[in-house]
Design a protein around this ligand. Structure first.
Ligand code: SF4
Length: 389
């Protein structure tokens, strides 16, 4: 099949004057993008070809302006720009920590804001922690986001948009084949990703596509508080790494710390982990355990943790609690954390203690957003006072 000139193959698209609403192409995988271009009016073959080209512009080059997509005919570019909106969400606040952590507060629409955090790693790796919802319904008592009401699920475009914005900020376009700063994506920001699974799965398809951002599924980790029925679909379709927000070894305590445990208790959760598609010694499940002084940090609890995880290819992340104003817990002492880690290590589990990052920039998830909400509230109050002195 020889190449056909653009004018000929794109002949069927509707002139801009006949197009009214603006649609988005962001957040669509290549198949969905082809379908959108079909709706726009391209025939099947050109739609497929154009979607491959546009996908590369958006996600490999980082371009969000049709006029710069030079392998598309000029009139087609104009009409696409009339029909499709490629605009990204907006970073409304950025904080950079002395340790290099960057925290972004992102506005998707008026009143719809969430956070993402870039965490530079040791050596050449760096992780971007993305949000999947604005707020959260699950009310984990140690989590600052849990104290905020759920606004809504983020769309696939909004999830991918967080990566695009971080790549813009880190000046990481076109997608580098080596020496990247964002090497990993973790769904550990605001919200419970498995309560927004369809959008999370589409976002994963886009982020892992080799023609675009090209982050391997093995470098994408989805963290759940334990929405058991959605774990197998995540493994089957998303093929990502899995992390579990465990934090307690008895149902009584976990019911309190992670209330969804009342619905999906520890035994059921661990059974779903044993059956997680693709879990193996090379692809271990991460168990997150936040260290809360006098609550879950005894030697007996460390031993019980080891017993519970027997037979699961696991690693354990001990997370020093990062208090926020008004939080009901304190962080365990370093001595206690070390003693806990030693028991877990001796049992053969790798259990790195996650170094607290970005403490100087409100690094606990949800803090920046709540500062922004407070600020808006105080601005409103000031405005009211100015109007009614
Ligand atoms: S830890 Fe996760 S699931 Fe629990 S309240 Fe916070 S954001 Fe929601």
């Amino acid at each position: 099949m020889g190449y056909k000139p653009a004018m000929e193959i794109d002949l069927q698209h509707k002139p801009a004057s006949q197009l009214s609403a603006r649609h988005t192409l962001l957040g669509k995988d290549r198949l969905q993008m082809t379908a959108s271009l079909r709706e726009f009016g391209l025939a099947e073959k050109p739609a497929k070809m154009r979607s491959n080209q546009i996908f590369r512009w958006l996600y490999h080059q980082g371009i969000n302006d049709f006029s710069l997509m030079t392998n598309l005919a000029k009139d087609l570019r104009n009409d696409l720009a009339e029909y499709f909106d490629l605009s990204r969400p907006e970073i409304i606040e950025k904080l950079v920590s002395t340790d290099g952590t960057r925290k972004y507060l992102i506005r998707f629409a008026p009143g719809v804001e969430a956070e993402s955090v870039f965490i530079p790693g040791v050596g050449r790796s760096g992780a971007l922690c993305v949000s999947s919802q604005v707020g959260c319904t699950l009310n984990c008592t140690f989590c600052h986001t849990g104290s905020q009401a759920l606004v809504r699920n983020l769309t696939a475009a909004e999830i991918v948009g967080q990566v695009l914005l971080a790549r813009d900020d880190l000046d990481e376009w076109p997608t580098p084949s080596a020496g990247r700063r964002i090497t990993n994506i973790v769904f550990m920001g605001m919200g419970e990703p498995l309560l927004n699974l369809p959008n999370v799965l589409t976002a994963i398809d886009i982020l892992s596509d080799n023609e675009g951002i090209s982050i391997s599924r093995r470098r994408i980790t989805v963290s759940t508080s334990g929405i058991v029925p959605q774990m197998a679909p995540l493994g089957d379709q998303g093929k990502t790494m899995l992390a579990i927000s465990l934090h307690a070894v008895t149902d009584a305590l976990r019911n309190e710390l992670v209330p969804i445990n009342r619905r999906y208790p520890i035994a059921e959760l661990l059974q779903a982990c044993r059956q997680y598609p693709g879990a193996s010694n090379a692809r271990r499940i991460t168990f997150e355990y936040v260290m809360l002084k006098g609550i879950n940090d005894s030697d007996a609890e460390a031993k019980e943790l080891v017993r519970l995880l027997a037979g699961i290819p696991a690693k354990i992340n001990l997370i020093p609690f990062n208090p926020w104003p008004g939080s009901p817990y304190e962080c365990s002492s370093w001595q206690r954390i070390e003693a806990f880690a030693e028991i877990v290590n001796k049992a053969g589990y790798s259990s790195p203690v996650r170094t607290p990052r970005g403490r100087d920039i409100f690094a606990a998830c949800g803090q920046l957003k709540s500062e922004s909400v407070k600020k808006r509230a105080s601005e409103r109050l000031r405005e009211q006072q100015q109007l009614n002195p």
